[in-house]
Design a binder for this molecule. Structure first.
Ligand code: ADP
Ligand code: ADP
Ligand code: MG
Length: 545
């Protein structure tokens, strides 16, 4: 082997699995002969927010079942029915897990958790938001959580009728309202805007450091800027999703994320990706633009009796550019996407783009009982060509799910199929509304690369709405910034250069980013820190040099 492949040889030569040294030991848990095996466990620590960074399907839930005492790890001896805790305690004696596992075995650990796919909650719960939250109020702080997470407006609404972002905040409140020793939150950011992500992060940190308590927080998160801000210590997880997963010993948050981006884990001496992920430290050079694809005039749109009003500055979109669209939730981004896509008429101004537009909406409804391959081949006759495979199927990891039914897909799988369906269309303009939702970090990077490469190879113009600042940084040539008052009024700027756009956007959020000295990766500044104050004075919120 050439030594760089973890998953699959990028040259498609052979399946290579570069066995890490841990795999020479027994796993912590194995489901059965030739079944998934988990190596390593995260270490819950009182007063600490511990993060896990890694792909889906790598054993995070398996690890949490063990740490919640719901399944005694079998240390690989899957043929033994009830192995008991003794061997596990022996295995982890003298490690950071010893104290925790002893308390767990003694029955002294209570667990609260937030599930990954909040969209499933309405299927399990009948009633309104108030009914759901009241039964979780074990610490007597529910009112404060409801206010800070801005849940009050939906308290009397049925759980089945609230939006994804509202459901996410309700689920976070329901978990944090409990009085537990160990909290596990499986992704906090899907459907939330950056301001809401920061509030959720703050609440988790406050609970960890709540005086006189010994609470451990464990968080899986794929938004790297938030993971960086939120956690005190980090485990990287890697392996072959569905086959085996390794959870590393704890690393510093900065070091762990840097190693992850570099694609190489220092302590483990392990390459997890052939190439590094890098960021633009300086605003991209003001590039010579292509020819204009389309110009649109000032537009406006209101709903109902002016309950929500959107106004849009006129602007020009250029050929083969990727235009990022950022702004808080409830501000009119999807409304503009629908106007551009031609499915919604503006009240003033008119958009008659003589263009073919491919549109991936925010909430994906592809629920026909149809196989993925049948669905995708109905969209493009290039389906299955080597060209389509390299450009779309491989980077979006569709091979393994081709024969599954659309209705059986997980959130992340459905997202990848929807991105593929959008890019497979022959269009002049591609519109992607929140493509990062439900993708793990690795999938975001692959999807970003696929979208960028597609735009370059096809001179395609792409509009991407997203809240993941790393994804926007990697993708966009220019930015359109929304501001205003969510659910009341929204204003969309004309497309701007990255530097001006980031400054506008982040000034509105009151957040500045500094650069990691080693990698140039953007990191959120502590509010009120010297760097934060200086950058605000200088008006440089993102590209500080
Ligand atoms: P993650 O939380 O990282 O997405 P999970 O811990 O849920 O991953 O699952 C890891 C792997 O273990 C998956 O491939 C899953 O199919 C497999 N797995 C989970 N539960 C079982 C089980 N009870 N029996 C056999 N395999 C399982
Ligand atoms: P964003 O995509 O920025 O989150 P949207 O464009 O989806 O924002 O929504 C902006 C505002 O308009 C929100 O307050 C939303 O509730 C409201 N809204 C969206 N669609 C409709 C509609 N069809 N009828 C009435 N109000 C709507
Ligand atoms: Mg939207």
């Amino acid at each position: 082997t050439c030594g760089i492949c973890v998953e699959k040889c990028p040259f498609d030569a052979i399946e290579i699995i570069n066995l890490p040294s841990e795999l020479e030991e027994d796993p912590v848990h194995r489901y059965g002969e030739n079944a998934f095996a988990l190596y390593g466990l995260p270490v819950p620590e009182p007063g600490t927010v511990t993060g896990i960074l890694g792909p889906n399907g790598i054993g995070k839930s398996t690890a949490v079942h063990a740490l919640a005492g719901e399944r005694v790890p079998n240390l690989g001896a899957h043929e033994i029915d009830d192995p008991g805790w003794e061997p596990v305690l022996d295995r982890f004696r003298g490690t950071g897990l010893q104290t925790y596992l002893e308390a767990l075995q003694a029955g002294d650990v209570t667990v609260a958790r937030k599930p990954q796919y909040v969209d499933q909650i309405p299927k399990q719960f009948d009633g309104n938001t108030r009914d759901l939250l009241e039964r979780t109020d074990e610490r007597g702080v529910l009112d404060d959580l409801i206010d800070r997470l801005n849940i009050r407006p939906v308290m009397d609404q049925e759980i089945g009728s609230i939006s994804g972002g509202e459901l996410q905040r309700v689920a976070i409140a329901a978990c944090l309202a409990r009085d537990a020793d160990f909290y596990f939150l499986d992704e906090i950011t899907p459907y939330l805007d950056i301001g809401q992500r920061m509030v959720a992060a703050r609440l988790i940190q406050e609970l960890a450091t709540d005086e006189g308590t010994e609470r451990s927080m464990l968080v899986v998160e794929h938004d790297l800027a938030i993971l960086d801000l939120l956690t005190d210590v980090l485990h990287v997880a890697y392996g072959e999703p569905g086959a085996y997963g390794v959870i590393t010993d704890p690393k510093s948050v900065r070091g762990g994320i840097n190693e992850y981006l570099k694609g190489y884990l220092d302590n483990e001496n392990m390459r997890i990706r052939p190439s590094a992920i890098t960021f633009e430290e300086h605003a991209p050079r003001v590039t010579t633009k292509g020819s204009p694809l389309v110009a649109y005039p000032e537009l406006s749109k209101s709903y109902g009796d002016g309950e929500f009003e959107l106004d849009v500055e006129g602007g020009t979109i250029y050929e083969s550019e990727v235009l990022g669209i950022v702004g808080p939730n409830g501000i009119g981004k999807s409304t503009l996407a629908r106007i551009f896509a031609g499915s919604l008429e503006p009240d003033t101004g008119s958009v008659d783009f003589d263009l073919d537009i491919a549109y991936k909406p925010q909430y994906i409804e592809i629920d026909q009982p149809m196989r993925v391959d049948v669905f995708l081949s109905s969209i493009t006759d290039r389906f299955g060509s080597s060209y389509w495979n390299t450009e779309i199927a491989q980077p979006l990891q569709l091979e393994r799910i081709m024969e599954r039914d659309l209705t059986d897909l997980s959130g992340g799988e459905r997202q990848r199929v929807a991105i593929a369906a959008c890019l497979s269309k022959d269009a002049d303009l591609y519109l992607l509304d929140e493509p990062s939702a439900h993708l793990d970090v690795e999938q975001r990077v692959r999807a970003t690369t696929a979208i960028r490469r597609y735009a370059e190879n096809h001179d395609a113009t792409v509009l991407v709405i997203d809240h993941d600042i790393y994804m926007i940084d990697l993708l966009a040539d220019r930015l359109m910034v929304f501001d205003g008052e969510p659910a009341v009024s929204g204003h969309a700027s004309a497309p701007q250069e990255m530097r001006a756009g980031m400054n506008d956007f982040l000034a509105d959020l009151d957040i500045t980013f500094r650069r990691d000295e080693r990698t140039g990766r953007p990191r959120i500044n502590k509010p009120g820190s010297q760097k934060d104050a200086q950058q605000k004075r200088e008006g440089e919120y993102y590209y500080s040099a």
